[in-house]
Design a protein around this ligand. Structure first.
Ligand code: FAD
Length: 411
């Protein structure tokens, strides 16, 4: 079995690692020249961390991560707490894995190193443009003249996947009604002002998220950093000069205007203003998702991660969904491959059946996350009485956490 993967983002590399663990020959094709991960934070909840732990990566990841004690939602001006949920203890005890916050390039470095060690062949600087297939194999079309063949193709090529466009037609992304500024500051610049929690300040039509990252190692050196995301409702996406076309993110972010950003959050709780005052640089993102799609595979080819089901970032689950997808697709491929060996291959395309099984398992889960992320935006941006009422029931919040963090597709 040879499996070809388009895209060396989190979804592509975790798929490659799991498939190697099951003994398959895996080749990855990535358009960028190396690790092109953007310099921002990413939170990984226990549903994703359990998969990375299964890969034996806990000890490589833990020193690079921060693990917040709690998640807190506060009033945007006074900082008064709407709701506070213990996170560290809850996740470790109930969901058997940590809730970790990373600097994305750190996370990708660990994943890429593990992939190299495991013998995954990663071809950088190879832009995928499409695919074709016949009864024997699937072929990846590259911008160079090569067309490598495999038994299965996994398209983990992100939000603007050309494989998705070919498979499903070029339906436009759905603008999420909001933009996000992202930035990173040195934690020492706002020393003592941000509790050791994932904190979200919620105002009308805006919210602001901040958390520490690059945990233990940097903390010892006093060089920890804080990631922030400042979100503002917008009727239309912003027309701006976009970054050059070097990576996948090119079409939806641009250089942020820090004066505009500070102006948008003027008068907010002092830690928010101080974080923004310390920010030297930010990027501005148009946020998108897609209505859930009933199809994410075609014969021997399957979409995975943002290529399959991009979601708004308000439940912090996009990368987690890509990791869950990887876990499910690797398992279904392995199981169907075993069945094929046991029963003989006559007349049946076990690879295509494996991908249909993957599609069936992932559809309800990812549709739920897409919907929950949209709802979270409306809730954070609603007027205080509604927010107060919604957050007055911590049991509901815990129920939602259980549904998201406690999910195990393979049980
Ligand atoms: C503001 C913001 C905050 C977020 N925070 C979180 C969070 O805290 N937690 C979380 O779980 N998720 C978060 N997300 C979502 C997360 O970033 C994505 O869902 C995740 O990166 C998707 O992973 P992926 O592997 O599917 O795609 P990507 O990470 O986009 O990787 C795709 C890869 O494919 C490559 N590629 C693209 N086109 C081609 C081509 N034609 N040929 C070859 N290679 C190609 C790209 O260069 C890239 O390396 C956030 C998103 C945003 C916008």
């Amino acid at each position: 079995m040879r499996i070809l993967i388009a895209g060396a983002g989190v979804g592509g590399i975790v798929s490659a690692l799991l498939l190697r663990q099951y003994g398959y020959d895996v080749q990855v094709f990535e358009q960028a020249d190396g690790n092109s991960e953007i310099g921002a934070g990413v939170q990984l909840s226990p549903n994703a961390m359990r998969v990375l732990m299964q890969l034996g990566l806990y000890h490589d990841l833990a020193p690079l991560a921060t693990e917040p004690h709690a998640a807190t939602i506060r009033h945007h001006k006074t900082g008064a707490i709407y709701t506070r949920q213990v996170l560290r203890h809850l996740c470790r005890v109930n969901y058997k894995a940590p809730y970790f916050q990373f600097f994305r390039p750190d996370l990708m470095r660990v994943l890429l190193t593990a992939a190299h060690k495991a013998g995954v062949q990663i071809n950088f600087g190879e832009k995928v443009s499409g695919y074709h297939q016949d009864a024997q194999a699937a072929y990846l079309q590259l911008q160079s003249t090569r067309a490598p063949a495999g038994d299965i193709i996994i398209a983990a090529d992100g939000l603007h996947s050309p494989i998705r466009a070919q498979m499903l037609g070029d339906s436009p992304l759905r603008f999420g009604g909001a933009v996000a500024w992202r930035g990173v500051i040195e934690a020492r610049l706002v020393k003592g002002q941000l509790p050791f929690e994932a904190t979200l300040w919620a105002g009308k039509g805006k919210h602001f998220v901040a958390y520490y990252m690059q945990g233990a190692e940097r903390y010892m050196q006093g060089a920890e950093r804080i990631n922030f995301v400042a979100v503002q409702r917008m009727q239309k996406m912003q027309k701006r000069r976009h970054h050059s076309d070097t990576n996948n993110y090119s079409a939806n972010y641009s250089e942020g205007d820090n004066d505009e950003l500070r102006e948008a959050f003027a008068g907010w709780h002092s830690p928010v203003q101080n974080i923004l005052a310390a920010a030297q640089h930010s990027t501005l993102w148009d946020l998108y998702d897609r209505p859930p799609s009933s199809t994410i595979c075609d014969g021997r080819i399957a979409l995975l991660g943002d290529a399959a089901h991009p979601t708004l970032p308000f439940a912090a689950q996009g990368a987690a969904m890509a990791i869950e997808d990887a876990n499910v697709i690797a398992h279904t491929i392995k199981n169907h491959n075993r069945a094929q060996r046991a029963q003989g291959a006559q007349g049946k395309n076990y690879n295509a059946i494996a991908l249909l099984t993957y599609q069936k398992i992932r559809k309800p889960r990812t549709a739920y996350i897409t919907k929950t992320s949209r709802r979270a935006l409306s809730l954070y941006h609603s007027a205080p009485p509604l927010k107060q009422a919604a957050f007055a029931y911590p049991a509901l919040l815990r129920q939602q956490m259980k549904r998201i963090y406690g999910y195990d597709p393979l049980l």
